[in-house]
Design a protein around this ligand. Structure first.
Ligand SMILES: [Zn+2]
Length: 73
């Protein structure tokens, strides 16, 4: 049985850069492989960390996360 209703979210590097810019940060990755491949991000406080596009953009039941250092406070 196929599950066509289950949409796989897909992003690209430009989506990640735009999302990062909307948070005042940057996506430092130069290559996008897939939604579970970790990319390097920098927030507006110059924290750098790696996260997957799915973690950043969020999933169906889970909101996206941004800088773990800023948000962890
Ligand atoms: Zn930060």
């Amino acid at each position: 049985m196929s599950d066509a209703s289950k949409k796989r979210r897909s992003f690209d590097l430009k989506d990640m850069q735009e999302h990062a810019a909307s948070k005042g940060g940057k996506c430092l990755a130069t290559e996008y492989k897939n939604s579970t491949y970790r990319l390097l991000f920098e927030c507006k406080c110059s924290h750098k960390w790696r996260a997957t596009p799915l973690e950043i953009m969020g999933k169906k039941n889970k909101p996206g996360i941004w800088c773990p250092k800023c948000e962890g406070q």
